[in-house]
Design a protein around this ligand. Structure first.
Ligand code: PMP
Length: 382
């Protein structure tokens, strides 16, 4: 069957090529996956089963059940002091579905969306797929991979419509400072931009507290704040996320989802109500485990020749600079995979700024992580 032209020439991304190679290999120490190794807590699973027995087996409301939207609001107020009402929340099929619906609701053909490098790869396709044009903003490691207001101004055009933020960030694991976010807020105000702030790693911040972008004065009205339970509550397979957005945007996102998914799995929503209301201590405890793992891996990396790794700030990713080895990020990644069966991702898969870096997901046991570090060390000594 002949595929659409747009897919005929599309090559798999740097990330997909690594995933495809791993599928054909055995005994891989896999540090390429961005999902927690922990399974969903059994009491959350029970809450979903109860939902099924209680008859939540019908089409759900497009925006999501009221109880889960209330639980989302309570969670954000409790953890981040962010105040919103359930009518400002829309549930989604994972956090991943939010940009698709949001760009669908907001972009006109040719609208430019600023994407800060290195970025979570899916945004690029989500902007293009909805008629937008991604504008890549280069950043530097010494600035936490966050742009200055001057850099943003230099990239702005009359077509600039929106900017995507992601702190704590995938792939960098970096957290932007309050000052950096305030500068971005000033810029958003100046250019009247929509801000899509992906804060899915909000529960994993190791340097101070998470800064919620929509809490910056004046920002709530122009911000779509998105997150989900995949990372914080180890619920990747349940496909449950959400967005806080202005009412008219939510209404249009609901219309769009009525053509696509017709809402979000009812039982995942029932599991999410329970999870959001009861698991704060477990979420915190897991964040401490990720932090310990990241500190241990960072120490090992910094002892390796040609590798420099910044301390963990957030999420569960380390993004070491491997340029001192003389290898590109693709060369490093493939050598490690082919010679030692250790899988990481090349930084270049996340935009040009990522060249010279690799992404290591600390989403495996300490034992696996240390074995992987032993292998990496051996390769670099060769
Ligand atoms: N945003 C970021 C930055 C992510 O890293 C991910 C998952 N890798 C998502 C959104 C989407 O996660 P999910 O759809 O599982 O909620």
């Amino acid at each position: 069957m002949e595929l659409a032209k747009k897919f005929q020439e599309q090559k798999p991304s740097g990330m997909v090529r690594v995933f495809q190679a791993i599928d054909k290999m055995q005994d891989v120490l896999n540090l390429s996956i961005g999902e927690p190794d922990f399974v969903t807590e059994p009491d959350i699973v029970d809450a979903a089963a109860k939902g099924a027995k209680d008859g939540f087996t019908h089409y759900p409301p497009l925006q999501g059940y009221l109880d889960v939207r209330e639980a989302v609001c309570a969670y954000w107020e409790r953890h981040h002091g962010f105040k919103a009402t359930p009518d400002e929340v829309c549930m989604s099929v994972g956090g991943l579905h939010v940009p698709w619906l949001a760009f669908g609701a907001l972009l006109n053909p040719g609208d430019e969306v600023m994407l800060i490098e290195p970025y979570f790869t899916c945004y690029d396709a989500q902007i293009r797929g909805n008629g937008g044009v991604p504008v890549y903003i280069k950043t530097r490691e010494e600035n936490n991979f966050a742009p200055s207001i001057e850099e943003l101004r230099a990239a702005a055009t009359p077509r600039t419509r929106a900017i995507v933020l992601n702190y704590p960030g995938n792939p960098t694991g970096r957290v932007a400072s309050q000052k950096q976010l305030e500068e971005i807020a000033e810029f958003a105000e100046e250019k009247d931009l929509i801000v899509l702030s992906d804060e899915i790693y909000e529960s994993m911040v190791y340097t101070g507290n998470h800064v919620c972008f929509a809490n910056i004065p004046g920002m709530k009205k122009r911000t779509l704040l998105t997150a989900g339970l995949s990372k914080s509550h180890c619920m990747t397979g349940w496909r449950i996320g959400y967005v806080f957005a202005p009412q008219n945007v939510i209404n249009t996102m609901c219309v769009l989802s009525s053509f696509q998914t017709y809402g979000v799995n009812a039982l995942s929503q029932k599991a999410a109500v329970y999870a959001l209301n009861t698991q704060d201590e477990k979420v915190k405890a897991r964040a401490r485990i990720f932090e310990e793992r990241m500190k241990a891996v960072e120490a090992r990396l910094n002892a390796m020749k040609g590798v420099k790794c910044h301390p963990a700030e957030g999420a569960f990713y380390l993004f070491p600079d491997i340029s001192g080895t003389g290898l590109t990020s693709e060369e490093f990644t493939w050598r490690l995979l082919n010679e030692s069966h250790v899988a990481v991702l090349p930084g270049s898969a996340f935009g040009q700024t990522g060249e010279g870096y690799i992404r290591i997901a600390c989403t495996q046991s300490m034992d696996t992580l240390m074995k992987a570090m032993n292998e990496m060390e051996k390769i670099l000594q060769k």
